[in-house]
Design a protein around this ligand. Structure first.
Ligand code: MN
Length: 479
């Protein structure tokens, strides 16, 4: 599974040949610095940074990022300093390596203020250059891929940390491919027997349904070509952790509506909807399972049409229909900008992060609000690294909120004036009080009154999100 430096260069040449020299220099420097160091597997240490860089190159990362991937452990584990890296490469690479070094000290459970202060610095740092998270995710992914060489308790510890911190981060930037792999390896470390039994079942289902899926694939392919819609179709099964989660919610394995899926990639949005029609004409859809994430993207910018249909054998099969670009976003999330937007990718990424990805807006808000480091870390954990719910505005926009959020949180998330004049709400057409706890998929219509008393101080007990609480306090300070 491990890749060599030559393979890295070959991959880089495919999309960014101008950077080969710089990347080769970074490799030589890292190799020299890590000389005499070995991994637990017995391999030379340099294999690790090479593989981290390879994972980044698979996402078509820019040259500076690949260099930072190669150098990411030099500040921490060798005599090299940030200044050295800035001197031999450039300031950007030095900042990236420094940022990644700091993330390795991220600690959510420590009660020491020092640790909290550090965690805060890192989290806030992420908002200045998202490439740091992406490099860190690649680093964690390779460490998890090679975790079998670590002692059993260390494996469990790393798996828990991965589930607590890195899986949510991967989700927030929409990097599903990394997220799924991290989840599966973590489950394997934490519950090896459960992992194995689901894996066996999954493999059996895959081999049992392979013929049928291929037949569906060819049938769809044929009709699309007939209608002049060039396409590329792949078969995919849900990841093991995803199946585990469904089963632990009480679902039987064959009732999981997206256990088996066909990913259908076409050239543009019009063709997505045309494809949907032909898929539905061939196979009966389960009406309530249709989702349009193209016009209604997920809060991490994932876009696709999802529909579940009855296969010829009566089993449920999901079709995920999207453009090729949307498919790249679905695998790597924000990191995809490297590929789609070239040159200015970095700035577009940072801009979109602040404007479109709700996670980062909340992060910035929490940072503004909490002076105390320990409280900051506690709030980030409970608001962002915890269960989420997704509810709809009357206009159909999806809003992401931490589980336990109420009408008050919802109103302030939409607009502060809405919160300040809030008197109640209709949820799914039924009247509720402001302290109503929202559930997934609720449709919320907020009721306001310009003559309302305004947010009472006891709403602080009703609001879960930082922004709502801040606005309530501010309002009460003024009167
Ligand atoms: Mn590393």
């Amino acid at each position: 599974m491990n890749k060599t430096f030559d393979e890295l260069i070959a991959l880089l040449k495919e999309y960014n040949p101008e950077e080969v020299e710089k990347v080769t220099n970074a490799y030589n420097y890292a190799k020299e610095m890590h000389k005499g160091q070995y991994r637990e597997s017995g391999e030379e240490y340099i294999t690790h940074p090479v593989n981290v860089a390879y994972i980044l190159a698979e996402m078509h990362a820019d040259g500076d990022t690949i260099c930072a991937g190669l150098l990411h452990d030099t500040i921490e584990d060798t005599p090299a300093t940030k200044e050295d890296i800035a001197h031999f490469f450039n300031q950007n690479v030095a900042n990236l390596v420094d940022g990644v070094t700091k993330i390795s000290k991220l600690n959510f459970s420590s009660k020491k203020d020092e640790a909290s202060a550090n965690t805060r610095k890192i989290i806030v740092g992420i908002t200045t250059d998202v490439r740091i998270i992406i490099i860190k995710l690649a680093d964690r992914l390779h460490n998890m891929r090679t975790i079998e060489y670590k002692k059993s308790f260390k494996q469990k510890e790393n798996a828990l940390e991965t589930m607590e911190i890195f899986v949510p981060l991967a989700y927030y930037i929409g990097a599903y491919r990394i997220k799924s792999e991290l989840e599966d390896i973590s489950l394997k470390c934490l519950l090896p027997d459960v992992y194995q039994s689901i894996k066996d079942k999954k493999e059996k289902i895959e081999s049992d349904s392979n013929e049928m899926l291929k037949e569906m694939l060819q049938k769809i392919q044929r009709i699309l070509l007939d209608k002049n819609i060039p396409n590329y179709i792949k078969i995919r099964t849900k990841n093991i952790y995803g199946i585990y989660k469904k089963i632990s919610e009480g679902c039987r394995i064959y009732d999981i509506h997206d256990l088996l899926a066909l990913k259908i990639m076409v050239d543009d949005i019009d063709k997505c909807y045309q494809t949907l029609r032909y898929v539905h004409e061939l196979y009966h859809p389960v009406n309530e399972k249709f989702k349009d994430y193209i016009c209604n993207p997920k809060t991490n910018m994932y876009r696709s049409l999802h529909t579940t249909v009855f296969s010829p054998e009566g089993r449920l099969v999901q079709a995920q229909i999207r453009t090729h670009d949307m498919d790249k976003v679905a695998s790597f999330g924000l990191a995809t900008y490297w590929d789609i937007k070239k040159g200015e990718a970095r700035y577009t990424m940072q801009k979109d992060l602040k404007n479109k990805y709700q996670f980062f807006k909340s992060l910035i808000e929490i940072n503004k609000m909490f002076g105390d480091n320990e409280e900051f870390v506690r709030q980030v954990k409970s608001e962002l690294f915890s269960d989420k719910i997704y509810v709809y505005t009357m206009g159909g926009q999806t809003i992401e909120l931490p589980k336990g959020s109420t009408i008050v949180d919802f109103a302030y998330r939409i607009d502060s004036e809405l919160g300040n004049t809030l008197v109640g709400a209709f949820v799914n057409d039924k009247y509720v009080d402001v302290n109503y706890e929202l559930k997934n998929k609720d449709r919320v219509k907020v009721l306001t009154d310009d003559l309302s008393y305004g947010p009472r101080e006891d709403w602080l007990n009703v609001a879960k999100t930082t922004y709502a609480r801040r606005m309530i306090r501010e309002f009460n300070r003024k009167i």
